[in-house]
Ligand binder design. Sequence first.
Ligand SMILES: *Cc1c(COP(=O)(O)O)cnc(C)c1O
Length: 452
Amino acid sequence: MWTQTAIDELCERVPVVKDIAGQKETVWINPGRLPFAAAMQGSPLTMADVEDAAARLDRFAAYFLKACPETRAAGGRLESPLQAVPHMQAALEERYGAPVFGKLLIKLDSHLPVSGSIKARGGIYEVLKTAEDIALANGLLAPGDSYEKFDTEDLRSLFSRYRVAVGSTGNLGLSIGIMSAKLGFDVTVHMSADARQWKKDMLRSKGAKVVEYDADYSVAVKQGRREAENDPFCHFVDDENSQTLFLGYSVAALRLRDQLAAAGIPVDAVHPLFVYLPCGVGGGPGGVAFGLKQVFGDAVHCFFAEPVQSCCMMLGMATGLHDRICVQDLGLDNKTAADGLAVGRASSFVGGVMAPHLGGCYSLTDARMSALLALLADTEGLYLEPSALAGAYGPVLLQKDPGMREYLRQLSVRPEDVTQLIWATGGSMVPKEDMERYYRAGKAALSGGEPA
Ligand SMILES: *Cc1c(COP(=O)(O)O)cnc(C)c1O
């Protein structure tokens, strides 16, 4: 535990901690960011790892074509649309009284096939890799085989002897649970108290076991990890430390590169790309951002967005303490309507890998995320879950926040040449009634509840 004296000393050493403890919306610009080439010195992962993950997903395309008809249009890939949001851009400018520079885009991971959130990248990838490893080890798959095989009784019966376990605030559980059950694994999802009822119901309907906890994310993860210990037939998906999850997320960058190229949008020294990613424990945004750095190097600038009550990555990064401090140590309660981001202690693995790459972090209130949810729905007809809106405030901050403005000024580019990308992380599977509640709360926030 932290004594008040220790916290006071920390605030002295790292001033942003005071704002975090004071539950203020905060922007932290990463003073440890390095030029890309220098940032890669000693990196435990490289572009080769990202490409290896992409190749694995491409091997599984034959399986998805057969087992998941909704992936057919994309050739068996799980991918989401990239689109411009000019009406949202105009609405942001009007509402916040600040220009939103350049071109504003949104990446709709909210609409990824199979599980409807960014977790369909990392989570599904880790299940697939586990399945591939087991099939190879048991001689039921040989290099060069068509992965259609994964949709057969032979393999389902093999996987039924294995267990998969995961701890989750909801969406990771959905991805792991749905994919594992589909392949035939015996899967258990340990759900934190934040997890929405419909996610638990959906998982059970797909054949996953759900264990509910009256506690937060870290407790659910700990239980999952404990259950898997000493069981060689149980694979635990470790959201806090998994390199496999991280690499699954990172493949998004290769796909985005192609989508930007197809749209004729340049990303280079004079056309920088700013990307705003909602952050919970860090694996999703970290993996995507790491991939983006491999693809675009110094031309891409990644910022993580977190709820004021759960800004664990900002706290871990700014103090350099990573997982040796949590938001509860500062008296925050880690309670947020953005259930996908309700994490009090950041991944130290992600913090370490991203420390030299990350542009910075910002935090925002639940009321603001809620208002942005309604604004996006009203302007673009896109209905997302609250967590997915955390990134939507970044384009405003780039002009409004003095630290962000200075960051941009130092790039010596014309503001109109910037491309800004909101990474929308979830929402397409939210039931109608839940979405109506989110929307109504958002309309209320738009007409009064949002901070200035
Ligand atoms: C999980 C999640 C995130 C953040 O991912 P982490 O890996 O926890 O940082 C963001 N948005 C949504 C909707 C999520 O489910």
